[in-house]
Ligand binder design. Sequence first.
Ligand code: SAM
Length: 241
Amino acid sequence: MSEVQARFREAVSTRLGVELTDHQMGQYETYFKWLVEWNEKMNLTAITDEEGVYFKHFYDSMMLLKLKQFRHEGTLLDIGAGAGFPSLPVHIAAPNTVCTVVDSLNKRIGFLNELAAALGTPNYKGVHGRAEDFAKPEKNFRGNFDQVTARAVARLNILLELCLPYVRVGGHFFAMKGPEADNEVSESAKALQVLGGKVVDLLKMDLPDELGSRNIVVVEKVRETPKQYPRKAGTPSKSPL
Ligand code: SAM
């Protein structure tokens, strides 16, 4: 095991309270290798050094595991997951979650589905499309997920419209944010009210070794989202609530 992998395992154990098995460590290693290899053929990430991937992608994503609201089982939807963040590092550590990923770039979905097959994670599935287009009842997504996540996809007031329709009432949406989170929460009052969400937590967490600090906004779905949301593709970002 490399020095970075050993530090990662130790940090996940002491700071996040999760003991990773050798099998899971092997899965993270495969993920790292695939990310670097496929990144030569398609744009997946700007971070490709081992420490960066293990801490700024894997550990960063896994900070969700620390939340008291996070469920280590049940259904999880990751909107705009790109190369699988945050859902795939979380699913490796919490394999009883049943994960669906939506991304508007088909190449990234292809990468994730092939990688999931190589990792042996049948409960991790990528679907190509825009978040706005999965809300029709026949798609079976609306109100059907215990938890929804998104990292680095849009500002919170836009993201709420893309994500909250898919959360079941009583479930949670976790928005993984940088230092701007307080401002984003302030500008989201209308979106929360209209879409049926309530901010119940704003967790500030540091990456190990002063690699940066993060905010996770925890939103509980307290009411059904009215049927007209999300509006058609592109509208949430053009005229945010
Ligand atoms: N979540 C990943 C991460 O943290 O590394 C990827 C972030 S990347 C900056 C944003 C991703 O969101 C891209 O893969 C993009 O294709 C996807 N995306 C943006 N808008 C979307 C939408 N409306 N529906 C689905 N995917 C979307």
